[in-house]
Design a protein around this ligand. Structure first.
Ligand SMILES: Cc1cc2nc3c(=O)[nH]c(=O)nc-3n(C[C@H](O)[C@H](O)[C@H](O)COP(=O)(O)OP(=O)(O)OC[C@H]3O[C@@H](n4cnc5c(N)ncnc54)[C@H](O)[C@@H]3O)c2cc1C
Length: 385
């Protein structure tokens, strides 16, 4: 390590960890990423990148590569028959934010980020079993035995973060009572004119379908976690097919086209927002800091914002501890607000009562377009540009 070079240990190589590694590497830090999984390939699914994420990727120097691997999508909301509730015109989004919403396969995003890191930065199959806060350096215990220490430890280890547990205390995340099914299928053979592109809000759940590059389609649907019990042994494809059987018929073709092993189910959790994410020489990014429900499609986008803001803040302060205070000042309010908004959106999108759904749809249809776009500002407008 060169004299005066600062060293960061990042726990977790998801979107948050890899983006933070790249942001710190670009800022001259020596970086090591410890990832407990043996592979960098997250489970196959799509990820929406809103303009705030694209602006952060531009700051990381990978925007062109990301755009080449993604497709623009509209981000419309429809009812369960496929009739529009809220249309987001790409042209208007582009005029307002300079960049359109994109959909990318997660593996493509993580591989673009990882490829930019220096050789031997990411250590796969190396889990962190404990974290010890210290000053001026913090340390971690690793699964193969032994310890590593650094001027900065960043917990990018997701919902059940070990680093968060030691920094903020261990507590169970909040269950939303909802499970998300996600799948990727081949678009060949699908009647594209039939597929309702966008996110449909129906009785008690949502279903979304969007194109992915490479002739693929990404879809997701939510259902009450308890409703899954009868399907656990019969497979997620049966669960999806029967849950959405009475929705727009284009959904059926997408589910039928998806192999059983390309469908995954995850119960959805978030955590109560915390005003503090750091101490002395350690901090958190991404889901470790602010896990949120996915109803605004912002968890990964916010992780990208964290990465850029953390490197900026540390670059403006000689002492790491001062940089971490500046990082929190830049990020906690905004990210925590989006955690709460995502919670509210989960309730709004998944209304059970038909009467309330009708009232919601009518109200949303009447909202002027300019108002809809303004509502987006607080979420997808990027403050760090
Ligand atoms: C159904 C669904 C749809 C979503 N859609 C979108 C979307 O469209 N757009 C969007 O922006 N976001 C979306 N999100 C949110 C997004 O997936 C997350 O916010 C994002 O993946 C968080 O990234 P992360 O790197 O912080 O955490 P994670 O992706 O959880 O990565 C954490 C990493 O740390 C590793 N790890 C964990 N513990 C340890 C340990 N002890 N030692 C070493 N390594 C460890 C894990 O193996 C993992 O690789 C969605 C989420 C869900 C559930």
């Amino acid at each position: 390590m060169a004299e005066g070079e600062r060293k960061a240990l990042i726990v977790g190589a998801g979107i948050g960890g890899l983006a933070t590694a790249l942001a710190l590497q670009n800022a001259g830090w020596k970086v090591e990423v410890l990832e407990r999984s043996g592979s960098l390939e997250p489970p196959g699914s799509g990820l929406s990148l809103w303009p705030n994420a694209l602006a952060a990727l531009e700051r990381l120097g990978v925007l062109d590569e990301v755009l080449a691997a993604a497709v623009p999508v509209r981000g419309d909301v429809l009812d369960m028959e496929g009739e529009p509730i809220m249309l987001l015109e790409q042209l208007k989004v582009r005029r307002r934010y300079g960049l359109p919403i994109q959909m990318i396969h997660r593996n493509d995003l993580t591989s673009i980020l990882a490829k930019r890191l220096k050789v031997n930065t990411v250590h796969l199959g190396l889990g962190v079993t404990a974290f010890h806060l210290g000053f001026p350096r913090s340390s971690v215990e690793i699964s193969t035995g032994g310890r590593k220490n650094a001027d900065l430890v960043v917990g990018a280890d997701g919902l059940y973060s070990v680093v968060r547990g030691a920094l903020l205390g261990v507590g169970a995340p909040r269950s939303s009572g909802t499970t998300a099914l996600r799948g990727v299928c081949d678009a060949t053979g699908l009647d594209n004119g039939m597929v309702p592109w966008g996110e449909m809000w129906g009785d008690g759940g949502v279903f979304g379908a969007t194109p992915l590059p490479g002739g693929r389609v990404y879809w997701y649907g939510t259902l009450p976690t308890k409703a899954l019990d009868p399907y656990r042994s019969r497979g997620w494809k049966t669960a999806a097919a029967s849950t959405f059987a009475h929705w727009h018929r284009g959904i059926r073709s997408v589910i039928e086209q998806t192999p059983e092993d390309a469908i995954m189910a995850h119960e959805l959790f978030d955590r109560k927002p915390e005003p503090v994410w750091s101490a002395r020489s350690a901090t958190l990014v991404g889901d470790a800091a602010h896990p949120m429900l996915p109803f605004l499609g912002q968890g990964g986008c916010q992780a990208l914002e964290d990465a850029v803001a953390l490197a900026d803040a540390l670059g403006q302060h000689e002492a790491v501890a001062d940089g971490l205070i500046a990082y929190e000042a830049a990020r906690t309010r905004r990210a925590n607000k989006i955690v709460s908004q995502s919670h509210t959106m989960a309730r709004l999108a998944q209304l059970d009562s038909e009467k309330l759904r009708k009232a919601r749809n009518t109200t949303m249809r009447m909202l002027p377009k300019s108002f809809r776009l303004k509502q987006l500002d607080g979420v997808v407008g990027y403050e760090g540009r």
